[in-house]
Ligand binder design. Structure first.
Ligand SMILES: Nc1ncnc2c1ncn2[C@@H]1O[C@H](COP(=O)(O)OP(=O)(O)OP(=O)(O)O)[C@@H](O)[C@H]1O
Length: 314
């Protein structure tokens, strides 16, 4: 369990993390989302004591990270800037970590196998591809068999097989009852792996929700209808769990709680002609964009100047 209370970090004038309150619970995968500069990495660094909060606090299993007697066995973390001696082999890197933390040599072999590094374990880590480096970072995070696992952008640089591996690994760790906290920019990936989401923007908490609720609140399950008999259709469709909105006198209605197919069948049954029947599907990506639009720090330009073709007479 990770608990942040009014967690705040300022760098001079810049407030990177601004009064964050959240809990990350065991037994589920919690995704940590937010646009660039939202404060995700800073928050994760504070969780493992690499940065000190300016105010507020964050604890792991009720204690600050530094207060744990065997922190590596408590929290396993993969953070972006991992320092690995480039001349050292993956095996020796993990062994050095294990020996300095009272972790048996046997566990080094276990995590090497778990991370799929068996064939390259004796090679220099400095020659590793980005994906291999990520696997080594994850192996190091799992070395202490920690109850809490925290990974910053773990799929970064992984090939499709690696992405699938991470997805299954995170789910398996959560099923074992561990606390799994993972940041990513890949919404589609988060939709597949995370049960719960914590979304930040400009250091503030924007949402603490489930994937389903986020999409639902963004209008994910809405069906747009147009009919001349809006009032009668409202009566026909009304029922438990069904919500119908639309201006009075308007031909347009928005319905949640029924599928387009169910609405079409009911309308036909009652001889009500429809001019429009459109299921609005909102992806997690769209829901996220809606939520964070105002909190995006670095906007890209969408207008591209087309250079004049070389040799053009125009
Ligand atoms: N050491 C530092 N000194 C000054 N400003 C910093 C420092 N570290 C982070 N920041 C600023 O704090 C804000 C939050 O940064 P952080 O890296 O935590 O965001 P993030 O959500 O992880 O972003 P990204 O998705 O790009 O990795 C940014 O505006 C960043 O420039």
């Amino acid at each position: 369990m990770i608990e942040a209370q009014q967690l705040t970090k300022r760098y001079g004038e810049k407030t990177a993390v601004d009064g964050l309150d959240f809990d990350v619970k065991p037994g589920t995968v919690t995704g940590f989302l937010g646009p660039n500069g939202a404060g995700k990495s800073t928050t994760m660094r504070m969780i493992v004591g690499l940065d000190a909060p300016t105010s507020g606090s964050v604890t792991v299993n009720g204690r600050r990270y530094a207060r744990h007697q065997a922190p590596l066995q408590e929290v396993g973390a993969l953070l972006e800037a991992k320092s690995i001696h480039p001349g050292r082999s993956a095996y020796n890197h993990l062994l050095a970590l294990a020996l300095t933390h009272g972790i048996p040599r046997r566990r080094v072999h276990e995590v090497i196998e778990l991370a799929g590094l068996g064939s390259v374990a004796k090679k220099r880590a400095g020659a590793f591809s980005l994906g291999m480096g990520q696997r080594l970072g994850i192996a190091a995070a799992l070395l202490g068999d920690p109850q809490t696992v925290m990974l910053d952008e773990p799929v970064n640089g992984l090939d499709p097989e690696g992405v699938l591996w991470i997805r299954n690994l995170l789910k398996a760790l959560a099923e074992e009852g561990r606390t799994v906290f993972v940041s990513s920019h890949l919404m589609s990936e988060m939709a597949l792996v995370a049960d719960h989401l914590i979304i930040a923007g400009r250091g503030r908490l924007l949402a603490d929700t489930t994937v389903g609720d986020l999409v639902r609140e963004a209008g994910g399950d809405t069906v747009q209808i147009a009919t001349q008999e809006a009032a009668r259709l409202r009566e026909v469709l009304a029922g438990p769990g069904v919500e119908i909105t639309g201006r009075s006198g308007s031909e347009e209605l928005q319905v949640t709680g029924l599928s387009a197919r169910e609405i079409g069948l009911k309308a036909a049954e009652h001889g009500i002609a429809l001019f429009e029947l459109t299921a609005r599907t909102v992806s997690l990506e769209e829901a996220f964009m809606n939520l964070t639009r105002d909190a995006v720090e670095y906007h890209g330009s969408t207008t591209v100047e087309t250079p004049e073709p070389v040799g053009s007479n125009a």
